[in-house]
Ligand binder design. Structure first.
Ligand code: URA
Length: 436
């Protein structure tokens, strides 16, 4: 088999056999196919699309490019959640301790921020000392001791995705349903889980902006998980505005702790509880999703979820005192209010631009090797539908340098549309795929 023939086949809208896809993935993982040929194949696939059969073969080939983690040492069911990413989306930091406190194991392999979206690993690294690059054996040790562990992709987990993802990022071949599905599902299935809850975002801050695209992505991901015998459900949720009141790394750790203490913004709390409820249900910890919700609430109210977070931070080398004193997180030096130019109602928010403004302040990366400034952040004072007076703050920016402050300030202000008519309420959870 030759890569050049497979590129031509896809360019001309052909359908690959399972063997062809297995060859492509295995040869690329072992450096037998150069980046330029893989990039050409990715672009051909982006344009021509992948059939369901090709997608299944691709996901499985990427999954088996590395190890599938064996958690047979655990008696609890293993359940994880994956979000397609957004602004202020910090539910992993909240639901992992809730679900672990409720008796399931959460072996979470997370990602870094991508484009305008934040990443769980970067957020955790705001906690002084927290280690996200554990070896697989240390990952299992932490998981065995406290029922949750949050790490980055290791060399053993879906190495094909690690290589292909970097290439996609540099060749504008990220936003494709088939390629996203294979990328996410190969990593998640390699975690050795029994069940997976997907949070597929839709709206201005999501990779899939249109709801029908988010639904199509959710459907192929759920189908992929079920085909390999895993329970899976996808919640289509709103990313037309930031989730919660804060974005930025220290900010989001603080807000997560606030939710685990029983407070926090209603949308963030509700979504975290709902995702936890589905995890309890799919992990067979409760008989119904309603019972799962009650258990999640109980884990917060009893303080057990917060204690679980403290244990995990300690076991992963972080300073567990952060749970009681968030002032030990890196904080920004300056604060600046972005005020509304007029009175009215917030009718729309460009969530992508808010994420990009945060990235410009140092809270995201332009290049893979860029360092994150964990202290910078945004605090959102108004949500869609809120009334606002001229001159009232929309957002508080926390910053460390003046470098891009002006541009970030202008971008933030332009992200808010203010009109005269109060817009209708947008439901946070739009649809549930695979839950029947
Ligand atoms: N997250 C991933 O892990 N992969 C994608 O392709 C997109 C988002």
């Amino acid at each position: 088999m030759r890569a050049v023939d497979l590129i031509r086949k896809k360019r001309d809208s052909g359908e690959h056999s399972r063997e062809e896809i297995e060859y492509l993935i295995s040869a690329y993982t072992h450096d037998e196919i150069p980046d330029y040929q893989m990039a050409a194949w990715l672009m051909a696939s982006w344009i021509r699309g992948l059939s369901r059969k090709e997608l299944a073969a691709l996901t499985e080939a990427m999954l088996h490019s590395g190890e599938v983690v064996d958690h047979s040492y655990l008696s609890a069911k293993k359940v994880d959640k994956h979000s397609t990413g957004g602004v202020g989306d910090k539910t992993s930091l909240i639901l992992a301790p809730i679900v672990a406190a409720g008796g399931l194991a959460v072996p979470m392999i997370s990602g870094r921020g991508l484009g305008h979206t934040g990443g769980t690993l970067d957020k955790l690294e705001a906690i002084p000392g927290f280690q996200t690059s554990l070896s697989l054996s240390d990952f299992k040790k932490v998981l065995g001791e406290c029922g949750m562990a949050l790490i980055g992709q290791t060399a053993e987990i879906a190495p094909a995705d690690k290589k292909i993802y970097a290439l996609r990022d540099a060749t504008s071949t990220v936003e494709n349903i088939g390629l996203i599905c294979a990328s996410i599902m190969s990593k998640k299935l390699a975690e050795g889980i029994d069940a997976l809850v997907l949070d597929v975002k839709t709206g201005s801050g999501a990779f899939m902006r249109r709801e029908e695209d988010s639904v199509a992505l959710a459907e192929v991901m759920v189908e992929t998980a079920k085909r390999v015998g895993k329970k899976c459900v996808a919640l289509i949720t709103d990313m037309g505005q930031p989730l919660g009141r804060f974005a930025g790394h220290s900010n989001e750790v603080m807000e997560s702790i606030e939710v685990l203490r029983g407070g926090g913004a209603a949308d963030l709390r509700d979504l975290s509880l709902e995702l936890s409820a589905w995890m309890f249900y799919l992990g067979e910890r409760t008989k119904t999703v309603d019972d799962g919700r009650s258990l999640a609430v109980e884990m917060v109210q009893s303080g057990k979820a917060l204690e679980k977070l403290r244990d995990c931070i300690r076991l992963q080398g972080g300073n567990p005192r952060v749970v009681d004193d968030t002032s030990i997180l890196p904080l920004a030096r300056g604060r600046l209010e972005v005020r509304s130019a007029r009175s009215g109602f917030v009718t729309d928010i460009n969530c992508l631009d808010l994420g990009s403004a945060l990235a410009m302040l140092g809270g995201g990366r332009e290049k893979k090797e860029d360092r994150i400034d964990h202290g910078v952040g945004l605090e959102f004072h108004k949500r869609i539908g809120d009334e606002v007076q001229g001159g009232e703050p929309l957002v508080t920016i926390s910053y460390n340098t003046d470098a891009q402050l002006r541009a970030a300030q202008e971008m933030t202000a332009a992200s808010y549309q203010i009109g005269d008519i109060k817009p209708p309420m947008r439901p946070l959870i739009r649809r549930i795929i695979g839950g029947a």
